[in-house]
Design a protein around this ligand. Structure first.
Ligand SMILES: [Zn+2]
Length: 138
């Protein structure tokens, strides 16, 4: 009963502390995957015993097929921690994961937009500009 309440509390906490917008998805076994940010910045995975926080990442399986890959930064056994310590730890991990993710963004030299690594053709050219600006280069 108490554990169920804390589980609900964790859902609410993650929903309000992850970068907006937050998407929730069940994993089919009672766990919930939260993705915060668009493009994604932080991923959280909640089960009935752990909370896992990871930096959002994408790997291209083949062109056009991005696969989300979280770089895990921390796992907490939430039943073993008192509420305040737990919430503080989760908030710190979210903050850290988000900082790492944003540090990977690079500004495109053509359009001036900051892009995550998976949207970059090279260190300073985004995929869109690589098509339009560099598409004719042989
Ligand atoms: Zn660009």
């Amino acid at each position: 009963m108490v554990a169920t309440e804390r589980f609900e509390q964790l859902i609410a906490f993650l929903s309000s502390h992850l970068p907006e917008p937050v998407e929730q998805q069940g994993d089919g076994t009672g766990g919930i995957v939260f993705t915060g940010g668009s493009p994604g910045e932080v991923i959280a995975y909640l089960t009935d015993s752990i909370v896992e926080i990871g930096e959002f990442g994408v790997r291209w399986e083949n062109p056009g097929t991005p696969v989300v890959k979280a770089r895990r930064v921390g796992v907490l056994n939430w039943r073993r921690l008192p509420e305040t310590a737990l919430m503080n730890a989760i908030a710190s991990l979210i903050k850290g994961a988000r900082e790492m993710r944003l540090a990977r963004y690079r500004t495109c030299r053509y359009c001036g937009t900051a892009n995550p690594p998976e949207w970059l053709q090279s260190d300073d050219v985004c995929l869109t500009c690589a098509d339009t600006e560099l598409g004719t280069v042989h």
